[in-house]
Design a protein around this ligand. Structure first.
Ligand SMILES: NC(=O)c1ccc[n+]([C@@H]2O[C@H](COP(=O)([O-])OP(=O)(O)OC[C@H]3O[C@@H](n4cnc5c(N)ncnc54)[C@H](OP(=O)(O)O)[C@@H]3O)[C@@H](O)[C@H]2O)c1
Length: 253
């Protein structure tokens, strides 16, 4: 993994250099779980209840790049519903090129599927997850989730995976992805799912955008969990954009 301990101006980086800064480890035999999240300076994970309210052009550039590198995009159902998730739109040429370089991407250039974690299976088959996507989603749910909902989601094309009894167990979730060859895992949150992955000590990598705004209010922060789990992280790089956006990559020690 390439590391730089100095802040780099985003505009000084070529697209190739930028993608190398975010490359997944080249030889993985188990899932590597990366989170990509955005926060305001004062720690809000949302503005007007959406993370999009914090987005900046630099955040968007890295958001797209991280999707192009990943094998699967993992989100909690709260985020899929709030942000009306559809399938990922990625550039097939870049996906193939990343695959050839061994840093991510996909052999055929196909986009990474969206995997949604849900205990309730309360997801509509008419949602964009199903109707606006090139590849079917994965629904990662529980044995006790209503069978009729699971059946409707499977009928709509999803692969429905049970990875827990009443709640999805983070370790079973990550194992289920690994068993399908989905080793480069990109989670885009939200705070509950990220907190649970953190609590289970499954987060390897955090790409955090700090948007140049103060929000105030009562917005939550990027991670929420029942217990504290102190995880020591090492700074891989910091990128700066002219509008004040800071893009940091932190890797578990
Ligand atoms: N700042 C950022 O980068 C960022 C990123 C993403 C989202 N957000 C924002 O965060 C908000 C959503 O936050 P959130 O924390 O409520 O969302 P979340 O973590 O995406 O979703 C929570 C839901 O995910 C399911 N879930 C999570 N862990 C589970 C487990 N172990 N087993 C079974 N199901 C599980 C449950 O779905 P069911 O209810 O279906 O059972 C739960 O209600 C939105 O406003 C969104 O815009 C911000």
């Amino acid at each position: 993994m390439q590391r730089s301990h100095n802040a780099i101006q985003l505009t000084d980086l070529s697209p190739d250099h930028l993608s190398r800064l975010y490359a997944f480890p080249s030889s993985l035999d188990a899932p590597w779980v990366r989170a990509n999240l955005v926060s305001s300076i004062d720690g809000a994970a949302t503005s007007a209840n959406l993370s999009g309210g914090l987005g900046t052009p630099a955040d968007k550039t890295v958001f797209v790049l991280l999707r192009e590198l990943a094998d699967v995009i993992l989100v909690g159902a709260g985020t899929a519903r709030a942000e009306d998730y559809g399938g990922a739109r990625t550039d097939p040429q870049r996906r193939r090129a990343f695959h050839e370089q061994g840093i991510g991407g996909h052999l055929d250039g196909a986009p990474p599927p969206i995997a949604v974690v849900t205990a309730s299976a309360a997801i509509e088959p008419s949602a964009r997850l199903f109707t606006d996507t090139e590849v079917p989603p994965l629904i990662i749910t529980t044995a006790t989730a209503p069978a009729d909902r699971k059946r409707r989601l499977a009928d709509a094309g999803a692969e429905v995976i049970e990875a827990g009894d009443v709640a999805v167990t983070p370790h079973r979730l990550v194992r289920a992805l690994g068993a399908r060859g989905l080793l480069r895992v990109l989670t885009e949150g939200g705070p509950h799912l990220f907190g649970e992955l953190l609590e289970a000590e499954l987060i390897d990598d955090l790409c955090l955008t700090t948007a140049p705004v103060l929000i105030g209010g009562a917005a939550r922060r990027i991670s929420l969990s029942a217990y504290e789990m102190r995880t020591q992280m090492a700074r891989a790089h910091i990128l700066l954009d002219d509008d004040g956006t800071i893009l940091a990559r932190w890797v578990r020690r």
